[in-house]
Design a protein around this ligand. Sequence first.
Ligand code: GLU
Length: 448
Amino acid sequence: MYIQDTINDLKQRYSDETEYLQAVEEVFLSARPLIEAHPEYEKADLLKRMAEPERMIRFKVVWTDDQGRVQTNVGYRCQFNGAIGPYKGGLRFQKNVSQSIIKFLGFEQTYKNALTGLPIGGGKGGSDFDPAGKSESEIMRFCQSFMDGLYRYIGPDTDVPAGDMGVGQREIGYLFGQYRRLKGNFENGVLTGKGLSYGGSLERPEATGYGAVYYLEEVLKHLGDTIQGKRIGVSGYGNVAWGIMKKASKLGGKVTYFSGPDGYIHDEDGVEGEEKLGFIKQMRKNDPMHCRSYAEKFGCEFVEGKKFWGVDDLDILMPAAVQNDVDLESAKKIAASNAKYYIEVANMPTTNDALNYLRSQKDLIVAPSKAVNAGGVGVSAMEMAQNSMRLHWSEEEVDEHLKKMMKDIFDCSVAAANEYGLGFDLVAGANIAGFRRVADAMMEQGVF
Ligand code: GLU
């Protein structure tokens, strides 16, 4: 009753924020056994306090394009939950960015960050700025104006943004440059995903993809299986998908399908080797909307305007593109295919009805994104640690920490599901484990 009543109230209050409501419902319902075992949560109005961002900052971002026209965008920073540490999470620059999308991402980030076991709260930000077709100097001017609106709300112990879609190392560089200019000091711990020349961490660009593959290895190991010879389908070809391709091929798996907004690629030989991986990196930089040129270059199949969910020659599916990539119709095709593992990577890539459907399939292992993709933000927290100690870790050190972190996330999810008699349920386990860490910190800090 308590959970459903809370969800209903939120649906009334935020009726137009679909993605946000979807994320809240998924976490609260998955953590049901834990919430029901703790009547003190209801007394403390904990669910509403967890669903409400501590702060939602909205600012205008005005910049001038190369033709001298003045352009106005909206910037957001949602400081969702700071109970465990400074707000931490990426910035997304994409045309469709709205308050609901930033709020859902900030909410998810809170539980994902808690799962890392590191002292980071949850936040997210971004803008409806569309980076497609913008020149280098337009990107720089936009980033500078964006930071003009944001700098007074962030800091190494307050809120530490990073990249997300449309924000990579180049944008972080411009954002940090402007922050430094405005503040007049060198606080490089204010942002992560930086270049190596001013305090970035080795392996941060690969961390989300590598972490996802390390998590996948834990799942396989637990079930007495291995990645050797497995055929993997990854949606997307951005930074995260690229990291998965790089690591999976090193470990003996084969990414034989990937996709873009224009359709999907089927490369029977697998995406592996410097040439293919380098091509994908360049393709993403030149044109994040089309992947067709890969098929032309390497002579493989391209299927226009379609998704590959449901094809019969894949063992492992890793949606790594956008939210709500897999709906109920795709989920039914997946369930009818030979795939054995559905490993979410992008934030909330599955609609709630599709996720419930997939979870109800006996022969399919389902893992949730907030556990699988936590390696990215985890290495960001390591970047913060290196910045505050004013030193650099070697790639081996970062990798060792990342591997261990992914194993811990997997283990604590398995343990949490077992504790509540749920069996091998990675979705419930991760939500319970993440929720409990945030709840404990909030309960101990009193009512506010
Ligand atoms: N945007 C990434 C995420 O979804 C990374 C955030 C970070 O490194 O702070 O977790």
